[in-house]
Design a protein around this ligand. Structure first.
Ligand SMILES: *Cc1c(COP(=O)(O)O)cnc(C)c1O
Length: 476
């Protein structure tokens, strides 16, 4: 065993050297992996090796086979989707987590995991102006949290009868979100047994935010037809364009009709650490649940989702289950987080949050977030100044949505313009120098520049803008 731990020490040191080099040199890899389908698969042995292979061999294959198939999400030239950031304190904590290898399902199975999690959720709640009587718990993803909200709403509304007897007699629930809401809502509605035909997608205004008048209209129409409005999902920062749904107006509707209101701020939630953006959630005290992902724009390795609820009893009543083999002496005296969501087993995720929040400090986090927003402001102003590009929607936080519309081709059709932009995007990504993705804004193919990687600096943005301009000129 001693020998085993010495071997581990030796390899771990070697790996840490690789990790530190990677973090230093990450910009030298093509941001988006340039491999073809099956290129990696075909290099992997077809069956499990019979004999033990040593770590040197496996590590060498990792570098040779795996790394070329990696898209480098931690590159400061990664502007695609939304960031899924790491940071050194988070990686260090992940190493400890992996070593401890605990399960934090019940208080007894590792009290520190439960109690640090309670404290971390209070830290975030209070720093982000989430109502002080709400309770937080870490989930594995925003998708799971939204599903938990829909199921909790279903149970509360049916007086826990669906959990008991199934959906019999409860086939007329309706859920509402905007046309721009994340696909996890539809997935959640399907999994919760409500049927996707009962998900009402409310049209959006010119900023792609939910039209609350149309929400009200849909709800009243549904009630007249005998449906039961169950849940509304409001997005504070949609995935396409970071559009902000009008929360306060929506709460007036959900309160009137006693509808569960879940707020999905998966990406943009981090901005609530900045006092100047806390107005984004004015009215949240009238909602029921809120989710955001520290594993996106808060420098914490995937996975780590912060889920907050107004009424924790409703959540626990929905998910708790107590078979004999899970009974402990402390039941009833402590929080057992396995009763607060879907999986039983739970990683020690609060540890990395603790390292990140302490090591950056609130000020350090605020500086990073403000810096990213300022970089996006600069990029936006360049787009506005350029005769060949235009904004698809006004910038929201650190996301700029723009398209190429060259002045010499003023009269091209929408179809031609979309095809031009699609070619520009593919061309940019094939350089390996930057990585962007797209969305559609009212049928217009739109490039998304999401500026939030942990270590992104002004030079990355000026280089990207130059590359975009040069590449655009070469597109026919
Ligand atoms: C990313 C995102 C999600 C999904 O997050 P996961 O943690 O990957 O499930 C949901 N909603 C919005 C608005 C998002 O940006």
């Amino acid at each position: 065993m001693n020998n085993e731990s010495e071997k581990f020490r030796q390899y771990a040191h070697q790996f840490v050297d690789w990790m530190a080099d990677y973090m230093r040199d990450v910009e030298q890899y093509p941001v988006k992996s340039q491999v073809d389908p099956k290129e990696i698969y075909n290099q992997i042995e077809k069956v499990i090796p019979n004999e033990s292979e040593n770590i040197d061999e496996i590590f060498s294959d990792f570098k040779k086979i795996i790394v070329p198939g990696i898209t480098h999400w931690q590159s400061p030239n990664f502007f695609a989707y939304f960031q899924a950031n790491t940071s050194s304190p988070s990686i260090l904590a992940e190493m400890l987590m992996a070593t401890l290898g605990i399960q934090g399902m019940k208080w007894d199975t590792s009290p520190a995991s439960t109690e640090l999690e309670e404290r971390m959720m209070e830290w975030l709640r209070d720093a982000m102006a989430i109502p002080s009587d709400w309770t937080g718990v870490i989930q594995d993803s925003a998708s799971t949290s939204t599903l938990a909200s829909i199921i909790t709403a279903r149970e509360q509304k049916s007086n826990y009868q669906v959990n008991k007897n199934g959906l019999n007699g409860y086939t007329n629930f309706r859920v509402y979100c905007s046309e721009e809401t994340h696909s996890s809502v539809e997935k959640g509605v399907k999994i919760a047994g409500l049927g996707k035909e009962n998900l009402v997608k409310v049209p959006t205004d010119d900023k792609l935010a939910m039209d609350s008048d149309l929400l009200l209209e849909n709800i009243e129409k549904d009630i007249a037809k005998g449906y039961i409005p169950l849940c509304v999902i409001a997005a504070i920062g949609t995935t396409g364009t970071l559009a902000i749904d009008p929360l306060k107006k929506i709460t007036q509707i959900t309160e009137k009709y006693k509808i569960w209101l879940h707020v999905d701020a998966a990406y943009a939630g981090s901005a609530l650490l900045l006092s100047e953006y806390q107005n984004l959630i004015v009215g949240l005290e009238h909602a029921d649940s809120f989710v955001f992902n520290p594993h996106k724009w808060l420098f914490t390795n995937f996975d780590c989702t912060a889920y907050f609820v107004k009424n924790k009893d409703a959540l626990v009543n929905t998910f708790s289950i107590l078979p004999e083999y899970l009974k402990t002496k402390t039941d009833g005296m402590v929080n057992n987080h396995c009763d607060w969501g879907i999986p039983l087993g739970r990683r020690f995720r609060s540890l990395k949050l603790w390292f990140v929040l302490r090591n950056f400090g609130r000020k350090g986090l605020q500086e990073k977030l403000r810096h990213h927003i300022e970089l996006a402001q600069w990029f936006e102003s360049e787009v506005v100044k350029s005769p060949d590009f235009e904004l698809a929607v006004p910038r929201s936080l650190n996301l700029v949505c723009f398209c190429y519309k060259p002045s010499i081709l003023k009269n091209i059709s929408l179809q031609e313009q979309n095809s031009l932009n699609e070619r520009l995007l593919n061309q940019l990504n094939s350089t390996g120098n930057i990585y962007l993705t797209h969305t559609k804004v009212k049928n217009i193919f739109t490039l998304r520049m999401s500026i939030g990687q942990t270590n992104v600096e002004k030079s990355h943005i000026t280089n990207a803008w130059e590359l975009i301009n040069e590449t655009a000129k070469g597109i026919e």
